[in-house]
Design a protein around this ligand. Structure first.
Ligand code: ATP
Length: 190
């Protein structure tokens, strides 16, 4: 199967992430999208970062047994912080039957050349890129292993959602209902 990996902290997962993942599966040749949840980085302790198990559970709740969308905790058991290229090698080793690619936004493509072993990522895995507001066209835009997938641009971030929670405002419609309930029950982000 062709699988697109969507990396993030998902603190929490929101409709911006979900809409991109679903459009990728619907309109590209990817069979599945896996949300790869980043664990805590021991060198970047953050008070606002929910525990990785809670963030994983929220992704699981958001995708609700979908066949096409999956969640992965593979980085929880890797040395931290993990580089994308290392995770790609690890996941390919674990699932040799699948073909993995990376899903990133156009903004991240602009700085992609700074990523560890970016050439190996491009040559061995390939990228699926969705539009994001940028000031310039990424240099790598026309690379043959970059697949552009059209999708709406949603100006929603987890930071914005955490800020609403902190101010005791509703986050209805910004996250799936189950995620909203989990945040309330576990008293996350207050
Ligand atoms: P934060 O506000 O905490 O930085 P975030 O909403 O950007 O979080 P991440 O977990 O960092 O969420 O996102 C994972 C990936 O999804 C990142 O590559 C990020 O650029 C991308 N992303 C985040 N929000 C959106 C969005 N609204 N539309 C498309 N991509 C998004």
């Amino acid at each position: 199967m062709k699988i697109g990996l969507f990396f993030g902290t998902f603190n929490p997962i929101h409709i911006g992430h979900l809409i991109i993942a679903n459009i990728m599966v619907e309109t590209s040749d990817l069979n599945q999208v896996w949300f790869v949840v980043s664990p805590q980085n021991p060198f970047k302790k953050s008070k606002t970062l929910a525990h990785e198990f809670d963030r994983y559970d929220m992704v699981q709740a958001a995708i609700n047994d979908s066949y096409h969308l999956r969640v992965s905790d593979i980085e929880f058991n890797m040395p931290r912080p993990s580089y994308t290229v290392d995770t790609l090698a690890f996941i390919t080793d674990k699932y040799p039957e699948h073909n993995f690619s990376l899903i990133i936004g156009e903004d991240n493509l602009l700085s992609f050349k700074k990523w560890k072993n970016y050439k190996a990522i491009l040559d061995n895995y390939g990228l699926y890129v969705y539009p994001r507001p940028t000031d310039s066209k990424p240099e790598l835009a026309d690379h043959p292993n970059i697949h552009w997938v059209d999708a709406p641009i949603l100006n929603i971030s987890a930071t914005y959602i955490r800020d609403l929670v902190k101010r005791n405002k509703s986050i209805k419609y910004l996250v799936p209902d189950l995620v909203e309930q989990m945040i309330a029950q576990k008293k996350l982000y207050i």
